[in-house]
Design a protein around this ligand. Structure first.
Ligand code: GLY
Length: 441
């Protein structure tokens, strides 16, 4: 089968890398791809948001399955457009993707379906929102309801910060129409975890739990980013808790969407806070996580294409996911300035030396060929998040050390990365013993 992956980040490189290992995949395309996907697939110069061009490419090339990475084209109806042309697609329809496209929609769904989440309220009027905010006090969370490239959530420690965030979102419209509706929510504390699940619209099959790090700096300091690293499996969400989240969160969400006439086919991602009162949903995403995918797929033993096809064909119940008895840690290397305005065009050295380490994969996010005509092997930085360096090993601590050893071999001017990815979890595992044995199926 010929397969098309849509997107250009580290997540899409990981998807293409894993799909390329399937014996069922003949030609593999990535649109538009990056410097890394070019090594495992054919990059096609079509933007992930150009729905008509993607549909005509998939039609012309008789693509057997299109796998959509990012949320924006899903929310804009890429899956609907492909399906309307008789093409198979892995990813939800625009209506079902509202679970990420509108945080207000997701909050209402959670309340109506009894899914555990933080207390909050939705506003379309600035003055009313500000009055509510002043009554609630800090700490508090301000969320733009619409898509804001991961930047629309402000966790505010003081009322002053919260008022500023609300003003920026609703009055200055820093995120455009995405901030016309705003959620003001209680600030939850605990360990964070991401539980992603495959769904065919009825059956829900959770993956192993992962964790990402959203803040740019060590100890969760500094502004939010798209994600600066991650690990899997999370020792904080052992199998009984995964079952609980599956029953109380994922299944009610999938069932609720199905009952509303918008069945959900794709990956449903629950961002969780593991509070002292139990898991609470922070957000839903309608796709694979980035960088969670870069730690999950290297641990997935099953053939990814078979799993995706089972979802699309409504027979996920036939599939039992198999996971490697190992842990993975991913460290994201970013350009100077990221998550603000960042530099581009810096030459990247040491990629081969890093990838030569055992069980290390360097997923590319913002890289491009140094030569504008695409020839030659030299690569330069071309995005905020440049590389996602993943290592797998029998324990989280070994995976962490190997990932940082690989990072140490890569150089580009202005590179920065967090130095504490997996530190707390690794210490927790050392206290409680290795957790991965429980995940082997
Ligand atoms: N890792 C966060 C996200 O994919 O949205």
């Amino acid at each position: 089968m010929d397969v098309l992956v849509v997107g250009s980040g580290g997540r899409e490189h990981a998807l293409a890398w894993k799909l390329a290992q399937s014996p069922h995949v003949e030609r593999l395309f990535v649109a538009p791809g990056n410097g890394g996907t070019a090594a495992v697939a054919h990059n096609i110069p079509i933007a992930a948001t150009d729905i008509p061009a993607l549909v005509s490419f998939a039609t012309r090339e008789r693509i057997g399955l299109t796998v959509v990475g990012p949320e924006a084209p899903l929310v804009d109806g890429l899956a609907d457009a492909l399906a309307a042309s008789g093409l198979r697609v892995f990813g939800p329809t625009a209506a079902a993707a509202q679970i990420e496209g509108s945080k207000a929609f997701a909050k209402r769904l959670m309340i109506e379906e009894g899914i555990p989440t933080g207390v909050g309220a939705i506003f379309d009027d600035y003055e009313t929102a500000r009055a509510y905010l002043r009554r609630q006090g800090a700490p508090i969370v301000i969320k733009a309801s619409g898509l804001a490239a991961g930047k629309g959530v402000a966790v505010c420690r003081t009322l002053e910060e919260a008022e500023e965030a609300l003003y920026r979102t609703m009055v200055e419209r820093a995120f455009g129409a995405a901030g016309d509706l705003v959620l003001i929510e209680s600030c939850l504390t605990g360990e964070e975890a991401s539980l992603l699940a495959f769904s065919d619209g009825i059956t829900v099959t959770p993956m192993i739990p992962a964790r990402d790090y959203k803040r740019v700096g060590d100890n969760d300091e500094g502004p939010n980013t798209g994600g600066m690293g991650g690990y899997a499996p999370s020792p904080y969400l052992p199998p009984p808790l995964v079952d609980e989240v599956s029953q109380r969160v994922l299944q009610p969400a999938i069932e609720g969407l199905r009952r509303r006439g918008t069945p959900y086919v794709g990956v449903l991602y629950a961002g969780l806070m593991l509070t002292s009162l139990g898991p609470r949903v922070l957000e839903f995403n309608c796709r694979f996580g980035d960088p969670e995918t870069q730690v999950l797929l290297p641990l997935l033993e099953s053939d990814l294409l078979e799993v995706l096809l089972a979802c699309v064909e409504g027979r996920l119940e036939e599939i039992e996911l198999r996971w490697k008895p190992a842990c993975a840690v991913c460290v994201v290397m970013a350009s100077r300035g990221y998550p603000g305005d960042y530099e581009k065009g810096r030459e990247i050295a040491g990629l081969a030396e890093a990838a030569a380490l055992p069980d290390v994969v360097v997923f590319h996010a913002g890289t491009a060929p140094a030569n504008p005509d695409g020839t030659g092997e030299r690569l330069v930085t071309a995005g905020g998040r440049v590389l996602a360096v993943t290592a797998t090993a029998p324990t989280l601590e070994e995976a962490r050390q190997r990932a940082y050893e690989a990072v140490g071999r890569i150089r580009f001017e202005g590179a920065h990365y967090r130095r504490d990815i997996g530190v707390g979890a690794s210490a927790a595992v050392q206290r409680t013993g290795p957790c991965w044995r429980e995940w082997v199926s």
